[in-house]
Design a protein around this ligand. Structure first.
Ligand code: B1M
Length: 207
């Protein structure tokens, strides 16, 4: 069983194949970090490349992320204590007043697939919930999604409240009505127009 099988399974959106190939590599005695870096994470880098090239679209990215998560679930118990990006925690949610969660879930999955520990607070999340969850988990980054122009005001208020605390975590914002100009204006540390870019920004901010 070659590590390439892990990559191939994920690129073929094959959940069972991802689980089987990761188990196979573990049975072969392959180091967990090799399986993670050269198998699972390498596959997601390729997913990101295919998305950027217009070969994959959002549904393909979600299916690949789902397969990667299945493979990751086999590896996760062995990763405890290992020296990985799993040490970096991110709290994510859709902001107060907004129920849209498909894009947020995609960002959440991609961040998880990139090796971050992600605490997903769901939708309609206010500043207090974000801050409490970040303090409890010692998260280094709070990620916020908004899909309605009307909830941009919530996003602005939440970023401002997070920034007012001492030792505040960094913030990244995104969602259809959010722009780089808006992110700069409200004082967010990062912005991405899509889920693949969100991983790159998170890596830059706290990786
Ligand atoms: Co609503 N909705 N919706 N909706 N909905 C939109 C957003 C809308 C543009 C439709 C339209 O009018 N053309 C419009 C908003 C207009 C505006 O404000 N500019 C709208 C409206 C008005 C509403 C209601 C108010 C309708 C009503 O009840 N009158 C209502 C609001 C409810 C509420 O939230 N309080 C409502 C409800 C709903 C449903 C519940 C029916 C459903 C949501 C289901 C769900 O999410 N579980 C829904 C849907 C499905 C949509 C559309 C059709 C699709 C949204 C979506 O999931 N896109 C949407 C129209 C459209 O976009 N074509 C629409 C796919 C998703 C992958 O993309 O979320 O943009 P997106 O995520 C992208 C990027 O934005 C980015 O990454 C993703 C891709 O890689 N991204 C981030 C997202 N978050 C990020 C965070 C980051 C970085 C990147 O960093 C942290």
């Amino acid at each position: 069983m070659a590590i390439q099988e892990i990559i191939d399974s994920i690129l073929a959106f094959d959940d069972e194949g991802a689980v089987r190939s990761v188990r196979g590599e573990l049975d072969n005695g392959t180091d967990v970090m090799v399986i993670l870096n050269r198998g699972l994470l390498a596959a997601m880098d390729e997913v990101g490349r295919r998305y950027a090239q217009g070969i994959f679209f959002v549904p393909e990215m979600m299916m690949a992320a789902q397969a990667m998560k299945q493979g990751l679930s086999v590896l996760r118990p062995r990763l405890e204590g290992a020296d990985t990006a799993f040490e970096s925690c991110i709290v994510i949610g859709t902001v107060k007043g907004d129920q849209h969660d498909i894009g947020k879930n995609l960002v959440s999955m991609m961040l998880e697939c990139a090796g971050f520990k992600v605490i997903d607070l769901g939708t309609d999340v206010d500043a207090e919930q974000f801050v409490k969850a970040a303090q409890k988990s010692r998260a280094k980054l709070i990620a916020m999604s908004a899909l309605l122009s009307t909830t941009l005001a919530s996003m602005k208020a939440i970023v401002s409240e997070i920034r007012s605390g001492s030792g505040a975590p960094k913030t990244i914002v995104g969602g259809a009505p959010v722009t780089q100009e808006f992110a700069d204006r409200i004082g967010a540390d990062g912005y991405s127009p899509d889920a693949v870019g969100a991983v790159a920004v998170a890596r830059h901010l706290i990786g």
